[in-house]
Design a protein around this ligand. Sequence first.
Ligand code: ADP
Ligand code: MG
Length: 241
Amino acid sequence: MIHFENVSVRFGGTTALSEVTLEVPAGMLCVLVGPSGSGKSTLMKLVNRLVEPSAGRVLVRGSDVAGQDPARLRRSIGYVMQSTGLFPHRTVAANIGTVPRLLGWDSSRIAARVADLLEMVQLDPGLAERLPGALSGGQAQRVGLARALAADPDILLMDEPFGAVDPITRRDLRAELRRIHAETGKTILLVTHDPEEALELASQVAVLRDGRLVAEGPPAALVAPDAPDFARTLLGGGQPG
Ligand code: ADP
Ligand code: MG
């Protein structure tokens, strides 16, 4: 579903990614882990062309993203940004309806979809007309998730989606995501700093270090005694950074 082929990304003198090859099959929930600055967000942004490769190529649903219209590509991929990235002057309902509106859905279809999504992420329907500034961190993260799911994309990119919330809300949101993944079979690429989250959610874990993919496999294999030390340390607890 997503295929990074020998991809490198340079920003001026900085090498953000070096020759990364990784395949994320359809229906997988692939968790990206690695220290700050290791290239996780950059790898994710290649998928929806927020970043372009300096070398190599990125295939989505079998075709090179370089040949695809960026706006259209982005409408087909749900993206939950590192900070929720909600539009501050638009209501919760308008935020969630962003992509459906761009796709030209009529307003009654959008309203029905918004209502369904609020229920799916377990938010009170009464919040629909609020502005994001009036929400708690956990509520805003749920709205971000609902917005990413709005047009039912088959691919979801989630960059530290539950970073800004307390541990209990985090656990809730994680359960929510597991349910959504199990029910819809979406292909999900998720960045997290939380080893417990990685091990609980992942069907596949990819470990980045200084822009290189240093380990990849099912979670159990990456915490096994013969796994690379770096991966084991990162996933075995503690704060990787
Ligand atoms: P992570 O998400 O793992 O913390 P990033 O992918 O954000 O890492 O960044 C990887 C490296 O690329 C870092 O050194 C970062 O400073 C650099 N970088 C990321 N985006 C840009 C950019 N737009 N311009 C210049 N450097 C960037
Ligand atoms: Mg990042």
